[in-house]
Design a protein around this ligand. Structure first.
Ligand code: RP5
Length: 162
């Protein structure tokens, strides 16, 4: 069974949410990705959230746009850590998604990432960092990833006019 579940409200979220999947793949963390909608499939949401831990899932990444109840509702039905990704919406550019996800009332936690692809990628990174607490291979992959990133910046420090 996958260590991380990536769920999203619609297939239209996948171009954003696949950045989380790519990050997890890069770091050697197993994942499954599926559509679970808070509004269109509310019963499936409850079933997914209530059974995820027993299925072996350790971290849940949930992305949605607009009135984005998915991460909060999943968090309400599981003790697993939930990271919420606000997907950029067409009407309000993702500010609606962000505010819907980030303002959780005290007592049920969702760790909210940035709007869009950067947030989704970082959700994958953060989920891997949780898994890495118990998996040295994932820890090493994260350290390598970070070092490569640093090396890239250090080797491109000097800017010149064209
Ligand atoms: C949300 O509504 C989804 O997470 C998606 O971001 C948004 C639009 O969904 P579609 O109309 O593209 O299916 O539930």
């Amino acid at each position: 069974m996958a260590q991380v579940a990536i769920v999203m409200g619609s297939t239209s979220d996948w171009p954003t949410m696949q950045k989380a999947a790519i990050m997890l793949k890069t770091l050697g963390v197993s994942f499954e990705a599926k559509v679970v909608s808070a509004h269109r499939t509310p019963n499936l949401l409850v079933e997914f959230a209530e059974t995820a831990a027993d299925q072996g899932v350790q971290v849940i990444i949930a992305g949605a746009g607009g009135a984005a109840h998915l991460p909060g509702m999943i968090a309400a039905h599981t003790h697993l850590p939930v990271f919420g990704c606000p997907v950029r919406s067409s009407q309000l550019n993702g500010l609606d998604s962000l505010l819907s996800i980030v303002q959780m009332p005290k007592g049920v936690a969702v760790g909210t990432l940035a709007i869009g692809e950067a947030g989704a990628a970082n959700a994958g990174l953060l989920a891997a960092q949780v898994i890495a607490l118990q998996e040295p291979a994932v820890r090493d992959a994260i350290i390598t990833f970070r070092q490569k990133q640093t090396d890239t910046v250090m080797s491109n420090q000097t800017l010149e006019l064209d």
